[in-house]
Design a protein around this ligand. Structure first.
Ligand code: 26Y
Length: 774
């Protein structure tokens, strides 16, 4: 090994390995792992291959994961130690690729990990965003966005000689493909293909993350989710999406032919998984490329329908993308004849009197109900193309991501489609990479589990159940508690170093880490903090000191989400300045929450906050990650929490709040009035009014908090006040339980032991058995 490292060091830096600085070591090690992974690439020509198309891949740092998967981590660590270095120091200089935002992107990455670990053949296809998702900073207790130039210091990508011309009306752009090798715990590797333009120009970005949205030649691959609050922004998203799928289609058809197969055999040798609607233009684009190469239109539709499969990740309207027909006509005119024909197929099959209602509560009437947007609905004469509708009609499978979510799709959101195509619908409950989120990032825990039950659980996560035989063994329970404490100390040290805030590891670490969205209800957690603060001021203390930890980014144009961040940061400062309150309560929102931070926070969590408004969280995956690391969940019966509750039993999870059915009913009947709860409950009123109190406003921009306050008492669309009292009650019970250490440790162990089902290895096997058949 050391010879290899010296050779590489000589080649790249003209010196031997031990003379390198940390950044150089990172580059040499990542070069080494890329080389080893390329040798593991799968070359079989006759197996069906998966193409996982996604706007996001939230892959996290790669080095440690790759070294572990290649089985050389210990050896490398030893060599580093001999040179006075640690792997953690090298990891610290590795930039985290900024190619994703939240659950959907992290799921895509967990899937690539599991596919590869199971030695299945499947590549990811996405975009190489130069500045990625913005980097979050805080100023005056508010979020500021700055570019994240992760590529500058990364050594992950390999430039290939694959290029394509992508046409947008008169504009032609040259695309270049970059490859990022994907490792797994098996013997093979896969690839994440990221497409880019050569003319991307980071210098057009000024003043935070602002840039000329019309300058497509320079901006196309700069940012993930550029602000789409105006038409130019929405158009840029269409450019990005088409760019991704056009390149994907070229790649898929070329690989098919290079392997000696005909275009007519596409569905035999390829399957395309469409990750939410963002890559759904792959359907008309594949049809376009097939027909251009001589396949008849009807046959092309049939082949593509048999090749594609669609995953829905949300029932929120904003995420079921609808593009103005005129915009598509302007940007991707070549798709228009195809979209029109697909529309005709559906209108003929399902004439308008059949009245399919695509989504509830759309504040507009559908004039027609058929295809692309059932097909186009007419709103003030604007035709709209509904991407989810197209994806369902012209793919072989539609799946939700947790049982409850799939049930809601079938019975409610997509029920008219379910009536037509019952056989297309299925559930695939999400899963996570146990390797990244425990075995490699919480080694102490993983090593101890291995000591107790052997390492069979690493291949078959259901074997974690064997831990149940230690449920009454106090020595074992105490050792688990010691491991949790060490993780809390590690996190506390890291936060002290990076954020200059001190967290006492004797406090309960109560963790809510996820995208900031009103439906996820970080504002409800903030109201819990206020309620606790007000009680402390009256001399009523929480049963155990608690530290509420948040990590979240708000979309730059999502004002209410940013107001919630502002509230949390103001509370953090208020409490930082109050020594008495701090004895019982701390709050911190960590800066720029990302995968790297997640890997440090998750092992340290005592409580996992999964408090979305029931029916709104499709699945959640952070819930699974924290469960696997021994946190106890407090949550609503939403998303995968429902399945977690089934696995751990109701004594080992803290459930509160209204059910999905009750919530759906409230929306249907317009039956929720937050003002009533606010007026009729003094504790709720006090907590809500504290948002605009003088005490807090010392640290605040009053207009932001007033807007939040006003919204909560007049609208509160995601019903934070509805569940607030129950939430406070149940959370305080959980805190009380913490004072019974043995009981809490047992709950923690039950959570770890019953997490096996939530391994992405299981999820991938489900997709493969039912949809992909690789
Ligand atoms: C285009 C824009 C409107 C948009 C941008 C990002 C739409 C959706 C998204 C991201 C969605 C997302 O991350 N969804 C999450 O997917 C996870 C994986 O299935 C789920 O666990 C989680 O509940 C869901 O919120």
């Amino acid at each position: 090994m050391i010879n290899n490292l010296n050779q590489l060091s000589e080649k790249i830096y003209n010196t031997d390995f031990k003379s390198l600085d940390n950044e150089q070591i990172y580059k040499v090690l990542s070069e080494l792992s890329n080389q080893m992974l390329l040798q593991r690439k799968q070359n079989s020509k006759d197996k069906r291959k998966l193409y996982y198309l996604s706007a996001e891949f939230l892959i996290g740092k790669l080095l440690k994961n790759n070294l572990e998967n290649l089985g050389i981590r210990d050896e490398i660590e030893k060599i580093l130690l001999e040179n006075g270095k640690t792997l953690a120091q090298i990891e610290a200089v590795e930039p985290e690729p900024s190619l994703g935002n939240g659950g959907l992107g992290r799921l895509a990455s967990c899937f690539l990990d599991s596919l590869t670990s199971l030695d299945l053949k499947g590549d990811g296809v996405g975009i190489n965003y130069h500045l990625g998702l913005f980097k979050q900073t805080f100023k005056n207790n508010s979020q500021l966005e700055i570019p994240n130039p992760w590529l500058e210091k990364s050594n992950a990508l390999i430039k290939t000689d694959v290029t394509n011309i992508v046409k947008f009306g008169d504009l032609e752009l040259k695309a270049v493909m970059y490859d990022l090798p994907i490792s797994g715990s098996g013997q093979t590797s896969n690839t994440l293909h990221l497409f880019d333009i050569e003319t991307a120009d980071e210098s057009i970005v000024k003043d935070g993350i602002n840039f000329d949205k019309k300058d497509i030649k320079k901006n196309l691959t700069l940012f993930l989710y550029p602000d789409d609050s105006d038409l130019d922004g929405r158009h840029l998203r269409i450019y990005q999406q088409y760019f991704m799928v056009c390149n994907a289609a070229y790649l898929i058809l070329k690989e098919l032919q290079d392997n000696g197969h005909s275009l007519d055999e596409l569905d035999k040798y390829a399957v395309v998984q469409i990750n939410d609607t963002h890559p759904s233009m792959i359907i008309p684009e594949l049809i376009r490329q097939l027909t251009q190469n001589g396949i008849a239109f009807e046959r092309a539709v049939e082949i593509v329908t048999n090749t594609c499969a669609y995953t829905n990740h949300t029932i929120l309207l904003e995420a079921l993308e609808k593009w103005p027909y005129e915009s598509l006509k302007q940007i991707v005119p070549q798709l228009i004849p195809i979209i029109n024909k697909l529309n005709e197929i559906i209108t003929e099959k399902y004439p308008e009197n059949e009245s399919l209602h695509i989504v509830r509560n759309v504040p507009m009437k559908f004039k027609k109900v058929s295809s692309i947007n059932k097909p186009y609905y007419i709103l003030k004469n604007i035709k709209i193309v509904h991407m989810a509708t197209m994806a369902i009609h012209f793919s072989k499978s539609t799946n939700g991501v947790a049982q409850l979510h799939t049930d809601i799709l079938k019975e409610d959101t997509l029920k008219d489609f379910y009536k037509i195509y019952p056989e297309k619908f299925s559930n695939k409950t999400n899963g996570i990479s146990f390797r990244r989120f425990m075995y490699y990032s919480n080694r102490q825990l993983s090593d101890y589990i291995t000591k107790l039950i052997g390492d069979g659980y690493k291949k078959d996560s259901n074997k974690l159940k064997e831990l149940m035989k230690y449920i009454d063994d106090e020595k074992v329970l105490n050792k688990f508690a010691q491991i949790k404490k060490d993780a809390k100390i590690n996190l506390s040290n890291y936060i002290k170093e990076t954020e200059n805030i001190y967290l006492d590891d004797s406090y309960i670490f109560d963790v809510q880490i996820k995208r900031l969205h009103e439906y996820k209800r970080q504002q409800m957690n903030a109201l819990y903090v206020i309620d606790t603060y007000l009680k402390i001021k009256k001399g009523i203390y929480p049963a155990h000191p608690i530290c509420v930890i948040f990590g979240a980014k708000a979309a730059p144009a999502y004002t209410m989400a940013k107001n919630i961040i502002h509230l949390i940061l103001c509370l953090q400062q208020l409490i930082e300045n109050d020594k008495d309150v701090q004895k019982h309560l701390k709050v911190i929102m960590v800066t720029n929450y990302n995968v790297d931070y997640a890997e440090k926070i998750i092992p340290a969590a005592d409580i996992s906050e999964q408090i979305s408004l029931a029916s709104k969280e499709a699945s959640g995956t952070g819930n699974m990650k924290m469960m696997l690391n021994g946190a106890v969940t407090i949550g609503t019966m939403d998303g995968a929490n429902v399945e977690i509750a089934e696995y751990v039993g109701k004594e080992n999870i803290y459930i509160f709040g209204k059910s999905a059915q009750e919530v759906i009913k409230l929306y249907e009947t317009n039956g929720y009035k937050s003002s009533e709860i606010y007026e009729n409950n003094q504790a709720v009123k006090d907590a809500v009014d504290f948002i605009i109190s003088d005490e807090l406003n010392k640290y605040a921009d009053l207009t932001k908090l007033e807007a939040l306050h006003y919204d909560l008492i007049t609208k509160d669309w995601f019903m934070a006040l509805l569940d607030l009292q129950d939430y406070i009650k149940v959370k305080n019970k959980l805190i009380e339980k913490y004072n019974d250490p043995i009981a809490y440790r047992k709950m923690s162990l039950v959570n770890i032991a019953n997490s096996g089902y939530f391994s992405a290895d299981r999820t991938i096997q489900d997709y493969n058995n039912d949809i992909w058949k690789l």
